[in-house]
Design a protein around this ligand. Structure first.
Ligand code: UD1
Ligand code: MG
Length: 456
């Protein structure tokens, strides 16, 4: 019988935040998720999260995750946290204790620890190049573990010890219940330290990769942990056939799917449930959120795509913005400084430069000229623009919605379209041009003279 207890009640004082530490995001999800997923991978009989500081927020976040909650009323230390989960600890089997602030630990290491350690009280230790801030392991001359001394209680000699406590314990459930009864708060922080359960004898399992045990106590450590997680994730996509130019500057959320032979340039964020096909190129500075990008698409530099669909063989960007509800059927071009919102483009349609298409439906092979704008909003309501197949829209056109343009229509450049246009028609709406002979030169000379007079 295995019970897992995750300690997540601490104030997280060093984060200097209004929010609970374990809900801080590390590489796309809150830290507590990593501890919960790691615990789940062991198929425990019971999984208990100890909440306290910010308990409401933690519980709300975890409401659908079928964990049990214990409540630590006052944050009196890690032993007190386990004490508040006492009712959840059975009298038999093993209890595994993890902290909610260590997102880097690997299943293989934990599993190895559990299968190796047979002592009533075992914990994982590791040697750290910079042990500052961690509890140090004090061993006797014959090598057995005597106690753990916290940084704040350590003397100069103890501070030099680089074997530290990782905060991961595996205990006989009945034994830990006994030992918890004997812990006092006689220390520098006046806290009940869980590390004191070691005192009746314990076995340390010396792990070899210190990075797995980074405990996140402040925002610097959070960014260190997140960077490692992002890089590991990028590398796992690389192993599956995705090319990433610089894995340390690509940020891919956990639930993202990316096809083979896709190439990702630096400074790219791919977020929440995005699905990217094969042979896609994503250039620098792009962010793609909750979107589908089909095969052979190129997303050029500094493009933002949210809640949208980009069909195969399309090109989007540079500096384009697909706002929620944009749908490109395929073979499309959305170029420089083009913004789409709830706009769909049929196959082969293009908007190459400086355009806003909002609440618009475009057919196939439509060409939208530079500077085209759908005037979709009157300050109160939104209206639709509907454009048929093979329509050619000249540059600097405004569509004052609601308006519908039939197939094969031609809209002359510079037109303000306020009425529907029939299929095959030419629509032109500009003031007539007037040319006055010699008038241009005359005005220029007057202007020149004015300038010269000013100088005197
Ligand atoms: C703790 C260990 C230290 C170890 C380090 C590893 C103790 C006394 N110290 O120190 O030996 O090297 O972890 O990262 O155990 N928590 C509660 N209730 C409390 C206090 C803390 O639930 O009253 C929770 C926190 O939310 C956190 C975990 O316990 O998830 C560890 O607490 P934290 O304050 O981070 O302890 P460290 O100083 O890191
Ligand atoms: Mg900590």
């Amino acid at each position: 019988m295995l019970t897992v207890i995750i300690l997540a009640a601490g104030k997280g004082t060093r984060m200097k935040s209004e929010n609970p530490k374990v809900l801080f995001n590390a590489a796309g999800k809150p830290m507590i998720d990593y501890s919960i997923e790691l615990s789940r991978s062991l198929n425990p009989d019971k999984l208990v999260v100890v909440t306290g500081a910010g308990a409401e927020k933690v519980k709300e976040y975890l409401q659908n995750s079928s964990v049990e909650f214990a409540m630590q009323k006052e944050q009196k230390g890690t032993a007190d946290a386990v004490m508040s989960a006492l009712d959840f600890i059975p009298n038999e089997g093993k209890t595994l204790i993890l902290c909610g602030d260590m997102p880097l630990m690997k299943y293989e290491t934990l599993n190895n620890f559990i299968n190796t350690c047979k002592h009533d009280i075992s914990f994982i230790s590791v040697k750290m190049k910079n042990p500052k801030g961690y509890g140090r392991i004090i061993r006797s001359s014959n090598g057995s573990v005597l106690k753990i001394v916290e940084e704040k209680d350590a003397n100069e000699n103890e501070k030099r010890i680089n074997e530290v406590n990782t905060g991961v314990y595996l205990c006989s459930s009945s034994e830990i219940k006994k030992r918890l009864m004997n812990i006092d708060n006689n220390n520098a922080q006046n806290e009940y330290y869980l590390t004191d359960i070691i005192k009746g004898g314990a076995e340390a399992f010396l792990a070899d990769n210190e990075m797995e045990f980074l405990g996140v106590n402040d925002r610097v450590q959070l960014s260190t942990a997140a960077k490692i997680l992002w890089k590991e994730r990028a590398e796992s996509y690389m192993k599956d056939g995705v090319s990433i130019i610089d894995p340390s500057s690509v940020y891919i959320d956990i639930d993202v799917v990316i096809g083979k032979d896709t190439i990702i340039y630096p400074n790219v964020f791919i977020e929440k449930n995005t699905k990217i096909g094969k042979n896609v190129i994503i250039r620098s500075g792009c962010r793609i959120n909750n979107s589908v990008i089909k095969d052979n698409v190129e997303i050029k530099d500094n493009t933002l795509i949210e809640d949208s669909f980009v069909g195969a063989f399309s090109s989007v960007g540079p500096m384009a913005h697909l706002r929620p509800g944009s749908h490109l059927a395929g073979d499309n071009k959305v170029g420089n400084f083009v913004e789409l919102k709830k706009a769909s483009m049929g196959k082969g349609s293009k908007a190459s430069h400086l355009t806003y298409l909002g609440d618009a439906t475009l057919g196939e092979n439509v060409n939208i000229g530079c500077g085209t704008i759908t005037c979709n909003y009157d300050g109160y309501n939104k209206y639709k623009t509907t454009i048929g197949n093979n329509v050619f829209v000249g540059s600097d056109t405004q569509f004052v919605a609601p308006v519908t343009i039939g197939d094969n229509a031609l809209i002359a450049a510079g037109s303000t379209i306020t009425k529907n246009v029939d299929a095959n028609a030419l629509a032109i709406s500009r003031t007539n041009q007037v040319n006055i002979e010699n008038k241009g030169k005359e005005i220029m000379e007057i202007n020149k003279a004015k300038k010269e007079n000013k100088g005197k």
